[in-house]
Design a protein around this ligand. Sequence first.
Ligand SMILES: Cc1cc2nc3c(=O)[nH]c(=O)nc-3n(C[C@H](O)[C@H](O)[C@H](O)COP(=O)(O)O)c2cc1C
Length: 459
Amino acid sequence: MSRRQLRLGAFLYTPGSHSAGWRHPDAVPETDMDFAWYLRMAQTAERGLIDTVFFQDTAAVNGSANLDGAGAIRPRVSRQVYLEPVSLIAALAAVTTHIGLISTATTTYSQPYDLARRFATIDHISGGRAGWNLVTSQIEDEAGNFGAERHMDHALRYERAEEFWDVVTALWDSWEDGALLRDKASGVYIDGDRLHFQHHEGRHFKVRGPLNLPRTPQGRPVVSEAGSSEAGKRLAARTADLVFTAQTVLEEGRAFRDEVRALATGFGRDPDDVKILPGLMTIVGRTEEEAQAKLAALQSLISDEAAMRLLARLCGDLDIHAFDPDGPLPPLPPSNAAKARQQLIVDLARKEGLSIRQVARYLGTSLGHQLQVGTPAQIADRMQEWLEEGACDGFNLMFPHFPRPLEYFVELVVPELQRRGIYRTGYEGRTLRENLGIPVPANRYTRTGANSSGGGTSV
Ligand SMILES: Cc1cc2nc3c(=O)[nH]c(=O)nc-3n(C[C@H](O)[C@H](O)[C@H](O)COP(=O)(O)O)c2cc1C
């Protein structure tokens, strides 16, 4: 097949990426806590030959860092209940066969040894389908649950993330292929020459190693990232296999992809090994009218108040409620959370002359990501255009609610993409790397032969 192929992720952001989607008559908000629904959604995505499901995470109740005068939580986003996603993908590994399983985990409030073990374990359980969405933690709320007074500064978070990734990947390499012998004849279980200590000592971590389980089916689990600030792009270009992003205009998508690919080349990587997936929410109808009617039904459910809570989250310390909702968006203070996201919204508001209320409703619809409403052919046209114009390698699919919109995408849009020859008709391989078309990284110790633990064998 000579045409470039779309890579697709299904972002299972329960109960839906539309702020009011969970209130739609077809919506099943229990998709956030009921494993039977996660199972059904992952199997639907697998039936649609989607590369991977993807789960976000914040280890705190949204808004819990912002108490009101009486000490009660003032939730900024009301939808906040879901299963811990690393445990969730372990469970999904047992009931799926081909689809990738990506969970978010933060470098700001985790330890690399523990995280390396957990994702390596899931890579073993799933036969090579695990992925780690590396985040530095976007919002303030998590700090109070991990012994910190304040959320770590943006620059320091990224510095820690760089070192975190170095340590985790060294641990994943600590067992060379073939180090686990279990040789009954000789009585040798482990080849100590192929087991390596890390003896890492950096600014943030001190880790001796090695990991206590062998190299995984993918060599290393896939790593995805979603930062778009300068520090975020640099980290992604050096370390990420997949990049989730949020451009909504084709030229901006292409500029972002070109920049990350150029940075990756600068780090000595093949830019084709970094796949860029902008977010895309689709609202599919058999006719354009049906699709527009679905959108109108969803929009009628957004309350200004809920939309304003989403906007408030993006505004950092600024009290957006103090401004006239029908006036222009005021200048926002520098964000310690999502720098690049904030800039995208500010630019859009300025370019389109949007009021505060309009910006809030726009965020409430697709979290500021691209929205396509139409027939399967209209949606496929846009996806194909982005792919063929070099603005993406595929999309991170978002759904207003669950499970029907995911099912519509699989039933209606997938066949249209296949008909155009830009989407697979069967999984190419068994591991996520094989399906994404990205290679197994060389084991650093096999390459250099350095740092051997020195021949100790265990019987
Ligand atoms: C699709 C998508 C999913 C994300 N999921 C999470 C998440 O689960 N947890 C989190 O803390 N941040 C999440 N983020 C935020 C990013 O990881 C990142 O912190 C944010 O984009 C700000 O980074 P920047 O300041 O480098 O732009 C997500 C972003 C995108 C676009």
